[in-house]
Write a protein that binds this ligand. Structure first.
Ligand code: CS2
Ligand code: MG
Length: 404
C-alpha cells in the first residue's frame, strides 16, 4: 500500500482549515488536519513544497517510520509549523490504516478503555446574567462540564466572548490586521471569583466548571486566582501564565490546590516534559494537530500517565472536524484521559466535513466507522475560499503589548 498522491486542501467554511489528503495505490484515502490558526499558509507551503513530494511511493502502513523520517530527516525539529505539518501526515496515515483494515483508529491504538469521551462546552456572555443563562443552556443540553468566560467589567471587549447565535461560541475571526483588545489583570482578578460564585450559586456544584486565563497573569497573580477560586471547586484553570516560563508553575503550585491545565500552544513532548515530570500541572492540553499527530501525542500522554497527569486536549473551533475526530479516537484509548474540549464547528463546516461522532449525555462517541470517521466533500470545500484572518492582539491600558 504505497502513497500515490498527497494533496493539500485549503477551505474556509467559517474558519480557515488546512486538510492533507493522502491516497494510496490501492485507492484508500486518509485525511489529516494541518491547520495552524492565523498562520495557515506557512503549513500549506511546508507540506506542498517540502513534505508532499517526499511522501510519494512510501509504504503508507509504516506510520512510525514516516514520522521519524519527517521529524529527524528535516534537520529542523519541533516548532508549530513543522509539528502541524507532521501531524497532518500522521493522522492521514492512521486514517488510511484504519480504512485499510476496516477498523476505527481507537481499535488500532489498543481499543476503547471507556464508553464515551467527557467533553466540555463553552458558556460565556457580556454580563454575569448572560453567562448564567448560557450555562443553563449547556446543562439543559446534557453537558457535564462547562467552561465559563465573561466580559470583564470596565473593559471594552474581552477575548473569547462572542456569540453568533448558533449555540456555539467562536473566537473572533478578524481580517488581516488583528483587532486590539485592552486588558487589565487587576480588574480581572477582582471579577473572576464573583463570576464563578454566581455560577455555583445559580447552578450548583453537580457539573465540572472550567476557566481559561489565556496566559495573561504573572505567576503571583495566577496563584492568587487559583486560591480565590478554590471555594468553587474548579475542574481546572487553564493557561494561567505564559507556558514557556515553566518554573513559574512552582510558585502557582505552592499557593493553590486549584488544578492547572496547560499546553495548547505546545508542539512537542519536550515542551511538556518539565511540567509533567515535576507534577507542576494536572492536565496536559496538547492537540493532535499541533503536536505531531496521534503518534507523538500518544507519547506525551503516556509520559503524563507516569506522573498522574491527565489529558485535556485543545478542541477549539479553529481545529477542524478531522482534528476533533482524531482527538476522540485517542481519548477513547488512553487510560489517563481527563476531558476533551468541544467547541463545535459552524454549520458551513458541517457541509464540508462529514463526521460520525455524536454527542450523547455529556459524552462524545466517535462511532465505529473505519479510520478517523470523517470524509471531506471537496466540492463543498472549494466553495469556501481562504481569507487571511488573525487572532486579536492584547494590550494593557497604557498600550503595552501583553500576553494572551
Ligand atoms: C482557547 C482557544 O479553546 C481554548 O482553550 O484558548 O480559543 C484559542 O484561543 C484559540 O484556539 C486560538 O487559536
Ligand atoms: Mg485555551
Amino acid at each position: 500500500m504505497r502513497i500515490d498522491s498527497a494533496e493539500v486542501i485549503v477551505t474556509s467554511p467559517g474558519r480557515n482549515y488546512v486538510t492533507l489528503k493522502l491516497t494510496t495505490d490501492t485507492g484508500v484515502t486518509g485525511l489529516g488536519d494541518a491547520t495552524l490558526n492565523g498562520r495557515e499558509l506557512a503549513v500549506v507551503s511546508y507540506l506542498r513544497d517540502h513534505v508532499c513530494p517526499q511522501l510519494i511511493g512510501k509504504d503508507a502502513s509504516r506510520i512510525t517510520d514516516i514520522w521519524e523520517y519527517l521529524y529527524k530527516g528535516a534537520y529542523w525539529r519541533r516548532g508549530p509549523v513543522t509539528m502541524t505539518a507532521i501531524a497532518g501526515v500522521d493522522c492521514a496515515l492512521w486514517d488510511i490504516l484504519g480504512k485499510a483494515t476496516g477498523r476505527p483508529v481507537h481499535e488500532l491504538l489498543g481499543g476503547a478503555v471507556r464508553d464515551g469521551v467527557l467533553v466540555y462546552g463553552h458558556a460565556n456572555g457580556q454580563t454575569i446574567d448572560d453567562v448564567l443563562a448560557d450555562v443553563g443552556r449547556y446543562l439543559e443540553a446534557g453537558y457535564r462540564a462547562i467552561r465559563v468566560q465573561a466580559s470583564v467589567p470596565g473593559l471594552d471587549s474581552t477575548y473569547g466572548i462572542h456569540h453568533d447565535g448558533t449555540g456555539h461560541t467562536y473566537e473572533p475571526a478578524d481580517a488581516r490586521y488583528p483587532t486590539e483588545n485592552v486588558w487589565d489583570s487587576a480588574a480581572y482578578l477582582r471579577f473572576a471569583p464573583e463570576l464563578m460564585a454566581a455560577v455555583r450559586a445559580e447552578h450548583g456544584y453537580d457539573f465540572h466548571l472550567l476557566h481559561d486565563v489565556h496566559h495573561r497573569l504573572t505567576p503571583r497573580e495566577a496563584a492568587r486566582l487559583g486560591k480565590s477560586l478554590e471555594p468553587f471547586d474548579m475542574f481546572w484553570i487553564e493557561d494561567a501564565t505564559p507556558a514557556e516560563d515553566q518554573t513559574a508553575f512552582e510558585l502557582i503550585r505552592a499557593h493553590t490546590v486549584t488544578p492547572l491545565a496547560v499546553g495548547e500552544v505546545f508542539n512537542s513532548i519536550w515542551d511538556c516534559r518539565h511540567l509533567i515530570s515535576n507534577r507542576l500541572v494536572d492536565y496536559i492540553r496538547c492537540s493532535v494537530s499541533h503536536t505531531g499527530g496521534i503518534t507523538h501525542l500518544r507519547k506525551i500522554f503516556d509520559l503524563a500517565a507516569l506522573y498522574g497527569v491527565r489529558t485535556g486536549s485543545h478542541g477549539a473551533g479553529d481545529l477542524s472536524p478531522v482534528s476533533f475526530a482524531a482527538a476522540l479516537q485517542l481519548d477513547l484509548a488512553v487510560p489517563n484521559f481527563g476531558i476533551q474540549e468541544y467547541m463545535g464547528h459552524l454549520s458551513p463546516a458541517e457541509e464540508v466535513f462529514k463526521t460520525a461522532y455524536r454527542f450523547e449525555d455529556g459524552y462524545m462517541k466517535p462511532g465505529d466507522r473505519p479510520g478517523l470517521g470523517v470524509e471531506i466533500d471537496e466540492e463543498a470545500a472549494a466553495r469556501y475560499a481562504y481569507e487571511p484572518k488573525s487572532l486579536p492582539v492584547n494590550r494593557l491600558r497604557d498600550g503595552t503589548i501583553h500576553d494572551w
